[in-house]
Design a protein around this ligand. Structure first.
Ligand SMILES: *[C@@H]1O[C@H](CO)[C@@H](O)[C@H](O)[C@H]1NC(C)=O
Length: 174
């Protein structure tokens, strides 16, 4: 089976509709070590879809960013994640302490997520639908060819994404 078929099978077996469990899916067995340069964190991402792991997001805590500034950073994350699909750029906004609340998550942190997404993210067809940011939370709503419509919720702290939820999330009405 190809990796994509494995992913699709897992999703069918689990009966879930979200792609986001793949942020931490245990694809480690399929990943090969890849060389890293001095300023990147080692990540086991498959060639040729290797993703350069950026340095972890540096939270700005004193003073913290305004809601508007956080919203602008969330928009940059969303654009890189869903539209240009540049994971290296998107992960510049992911904190080193990133917690994935998906029940199928095998590990937290940005490296596990990059390892899982890196090999195939470029080939997923994504239709961005809506996104918004309020307070410390950001929401993404998009459709993919594999997993249907998705709502992701993220929490930002100091301008960095520190948590993610995708189970039964509803797009907010405000
Ligand atoms: C992806 O983003 C990284 C980091 O911002 C950048 O260095 C790289 O050139 C981008 N890749 C493409 C294909 O745009």
């Amino acid at each position: 089976m190809t990796e994509t078929q494995i992913i699709e099978l897992e999703v069918k077996m689990r009966g879930i509709t979200s792609i986001s469990f793949l942020l931490l899916a245990p694809l480690g067995a399929l990943a090969a070590p890849t060389a890293s340069s001095n300023n990147v964190i080692p990540s086991r991402v498959l060639e040729p879809r290797a993703v350069v792991t950026p340095a972890p997001c540096q939270p700005q805590l004193n003073p913290p960013p305004t809601e508007q500034e956080s919203a602008e950073r969330f928009e940059k994350f969303a654009h890189a994640f869903l539209e240009t699909k540049n994971l290296s750029e998107a992960f510049e906004y992911i904190d080193a302490t990133y917690i994935n609340h998906n029940p199928f998550a095998s590990a937290n942190g940005p490296n596990a997520a990059l390892d899982a997404l890196g090999p195939y993210w470029g080939s997923v067809q994504i239709t961005p639908l809506r996104r918004t940011f309020k307070g410390e939370f950001g929401w993404l709503n998009y459709r993919t060819n594999y997993f249907g419509e998705i709502v992701d919720r993220y929490r930002m702290e100091g301008g960095c994404i520190v948590e993610h939820w995708d189970q039964g999330e509803k797009y907010p009405s405000f």
